[in-house]
Design a protein around this ligand. Structure first.
Ligand SMILES: Nc1ncnc2c1ncn2[C@@H]1O[C@H](COP(=O)(O)OP(=O)(O)OP(=O)(O)O)[C@@H](O)[C@H]1O
Ligand SMILES: [Mg+2]
Length: 434
């Protein structure tokens, strides 16, 4: 468990440590590298900007072996997390603070669908981290809980960039999670969707989140055309489309032709960036639910709020909170203080992993968590070994497992390698992924 944490934290901070030890020979393993940096005490960064130059790090003797010559009072044996999932960026907050009127606008646009009429089309704009996806997901989960009348389909275009992919997601939503066989035609899937809509007597509300990726792939025009003119070919079917983007230069109309423009005509909903007090309130909620009382100092908290406010992206605060909490835990520190936050700040522009993690589906998240748990045990993650655990604990069949592994690999959350043994086998690798 610990080795895994050190490897993953070292992955995040290895660049930082490289800078500290430019002249020192590079140690062979990430663990040794990390250990040496503590042992030699030469690190510029670790003491850099830190008023506590004689700072004492509380090192857990179970994790770094006894040859480290440093003072270690208050050995940390307990976790600082009350609920680890709360400080994940993908966590769905119970309450979406400071977004009441925007949620009202979304409810209002969706509500015709409940009366069997086409939901209002929207273009949802706003800088990154302004809560667009979270608000959409919130409204969609409320719609999901209502019986039948409207089926919401959320499509993340960062992952699904083709018209066929979008229609497969619609099919999946209408058929309660069944995947569409890849070797069928778009025409066939369209007919099946129409059949399912008739059978369910429902309207559809399709959200194309991060829609600019669909446009970059040249698939936006045809996708919108086939969704918005679905009823012309298939009779009564009613489909509303929400397109969301954080690319403020994205102009929907340069990517669509007159056939689409005459039917789309979306209303614009704008998500403005959060103010500093709003970020502080949201972050405070997460800290309260996610971390042990007293773990984070006021100074560190303010730094995290500032980081989010300065970047205009709430996600910055949340990701830095998560990274600094893990760093504090890895170092065995009883406090998440300003010094810890300073160590993670230089990385505050690189959020690829977290951003991709947000796009995962529940089953993918569940499988990823299990794979990481198995990785921490040090076992070899051959597909068959992992599958037997998955079968027992998650209960899915091999083809679903296989597809999910492929999707996780495509998303960059894991890698797979072919290794030689008594034949060739595929092995999952999770290095650098927490
Ligand atoms: N009002 C809020 N209350 C609590 N958490 C929030 C709120 N708004 C956003 N968040 C959190 O901030 C993070 C980013 O939000 P979200 O993904 O919805 O932003 P976004 O506008 O879709 O960003 P992007 O354009 O980059 O996709 C998420 O972890 C989300 O839970
Ligand atoms: Mg989003």
């Amino acid at each position: 468990m610990w080795i895994y944490k050190v490897i993953s934290s070292t992955f995040d901070y290895s660049f930082l440590l490289c800078l500290c030890f430019k002249t020192a020979p590079r140690p062979s393993s990430p663990r040794k590298y990390f250990k040496d940096s503590l042992h030699t005490g030469k690190s510029q960064i670790i003491n850099n900007n830190c008023t506590k130059s004689c700072r004492t790090l509380n090192i857990n003797p179970n994790t770094i072996s006894g040859d480290i010559n440093m003072n270690r009072p208050n050995i940390n044996t307990h976790s600082h997390f009350l609920n680890e999932s709360v400080i994940e960026v993908s966590y769905m907050p119970e309450e979406l603070k400071h977004r009441d009127h925007l949620l009202d606008e979304l409810h209002h646009a969706a509500s015709p669908g409940l009366r069997g009429v086409q939901p209002q089309n929207l273009i949802i704009r706003g800088l990154p981290g302004t809560g667009k996806t979270t608000a959409i997901r919130k409204v969609f989960s409320e719609l999901d809980a209502l019986p039948g009348a409207i089926v919401p389909v959320y499509v993340n275009c960062l992952m699904i960039r083709t018209q066929f992919g979008v229609f497969s997601e619609i099919f999946r939503a209408l058929s309660d999670g069944q995947s569409y066989p890849l070797n069928r035609s778009l025409q066939k899937i369209t007919m099946m969707i129409n059949g399912l809509m008739k059978k369910k007597n429902c309207t559809l509300l399709v959200c194309l989140d991060d829609v600019n990726y669909l446009a970059d792939h040249g698939e936006l025009n045809e996708t919108l055309y086939s969704l918005l003119r679905f009823h012309e070919i298939h009779g009564e079917a009613k489909i509303g489309v929400w397109a969301a983007t954080s690319d403020m230069t994205f102009d929907l109309f340069t990517h669509t032709d007159g056939r689409v423009q005459s039917v789309f005509m979306p209303k614009e909903v704008f998500f403005h960036p959060y103010g500093r007090d709003e970020i502080a309130e949201i972050l405070h909620d997460r800290v309260k639910k996610g971390l042990r009382y007293g773990f984070i100092t006021n100074g560190a908290f303010e730094m995290l709020v500032d980081a989010g406010y300065d970047s205009g992206d709430l996600r910055t605060s949340l990701i830095l909170l998560r990274r600094s909490a893990y760093l504090a835990e890895d170092l065995g520190s009883d406090l998440l203080d300003e010094w810890i936050v300073r160590q993670v700040l230089p990385h505050s522009n690189n959020f690829t992993e977290e951003k991709v993690a947000e796009t995962l589906r529940p089953r993918e998240m569940e499988l990823l968590a299990l794979i990481k748990e198995l990785a921490r045990t040090g076992m070899e993650l051959s597909m068959s070994a992992v599958f037997s655990e998955v079968k027992e604990r998650i209960g899915c069949g091999y083809s679903v497992f296989f597809k999910t592994v492929n999707r996780l690999e495509k998303a960059g959350m894991i890698r797979t390698e072919m290794v030689k043994g008594r034949g060739r086998k595929r092995v999952i690798v999770v290095d650098g992924i927490r």
